[in-house]
Ligand binder design. Structure first.
Ligand code: SF4
Ligand code: SF4
Length: 270
């Protein structure tokens, strides 16, 4: 290789590094326009709910997340059951709005029930939430936050998003959070899956083995409500039937931004 070639190669690498880092920093907050996040019943001014629309919505929802009642004409949406398929928005875009906001987690299961609510844009970015968490973890623990992931019968879609938290783009370790191999070393459990009956005992044992503060987050529609599996001979219909849950993060699966928002809500409980 000539000296000239070497120079070209070095400068290429330097500019590639710079472009890549810039892109990574920007992409933390870049959410694709078609990403299905917070879902709400936010009717247009002229929208009138009737039994035809209400019953259609109930019928097209694959997880019974939508309930229509008459009389009086009313509709409700259980976001904990929703798999964000988008069928309802296609059927009644004047009523159902799926935004790309990722602040979907709630501290109580009944708060996942939407009646009529306006879709309000969420103002914080992934980076801002991560930095808030970093300060809170430092103040509360004086060390990093240890997370144990427990798969209680998931399809592994949620695990793919959880693993993304440790990739170079989301990289939660820089905010003072890391995954551990045992619940005995964990402060917080991220639990996925509906939970299957076969995992019921294992989940209980894992919870009992976790030292205080023993925070538990239900990740995904399955862990929140049973999701697409519901409650049947093999599943329990949500992990809150087995262990106490501090935060519910809906989604199928929830993306990394939604996960970090849920972790922030869980730490509020300490
Ligand atoms: S987006 Fe959710 S509420 Fe709407 S039809 Fe699909 S599962 Fe049901
Ligand atoms: S919520 Fe969806 S992605 Fe997560 S385990 Fe259930 S089916 Fe899979």
């Amino acid at each position: 290789m000539t000296e000239d070639n070497q120079k070209i190669k070095k400068s290429d690498i330097l500019s590639w590094d710079k472009v890549t880092l810039d892109k990574i920093l920007q992409s933390n907050d870049m959410i694709p326009g078609n990403f299905r996040g917070k879902i709400s019943l936010d009717p247009d001014k002229d929208f009138v709910l009737n039994s035809h629309i209400g019953q259609n919505l109930e019928n097209i929802c694959p997880t019974n997340a939508i309930s229509y009642k008459n009389p009086p004409e009313s509709i409700s949406l259980d976001v904990g059951k929703c798999i964000f398929c988008g069928n309802c928005q296609q059927e009644a875009p004047q009523l159902i709005k799926i935004s790309n906001n990722f602040d979907v987690a709630k501290k109580r299961k009944n708060h996942l029930l939407e009646v009529f609510s306006e879709s309000v844009p969420f103002g914080k970015t992934y980076e801002e939430i991560g930095n808030e968490l970093k300060n809170k973890i430092n103040k509360t623990f004086g060390r990093s936050l240890a997370i144990r992931e427990i798969d209680a019968g998931s399809c592994n879609g949620c695990e793919i998003e959880i693993s993304a938290l440790t990739n170079p783009i989301y990289d939660i370790e820089r905010f003072g959070m890391h995954f551990v191999a045992s619940p005995r070393h964990a402060d917080l459990l991220l639990v996925t899956g509906p939970a299957s009956k076969n995992m019921e005992k294992a989940l209980k044992i894992a919870y009992e083995s976790t030292p205080e503060p023993k925070l538990v987050i239900a990740v995904g529609a399955c862990a929140c409500s049973g999701g697409i599996f519901g409650k049947n001979y093999a599943t329990t219909g949500g992990i809150d039937s087995i262990v106490p849950v501090d935060v519910f993060i809906p989604g199928c699966p929830p993306r990394p931004q939604a996960l970090i928002y849920g972790i922030m809500l869980a730490l509020d409980k300490i």
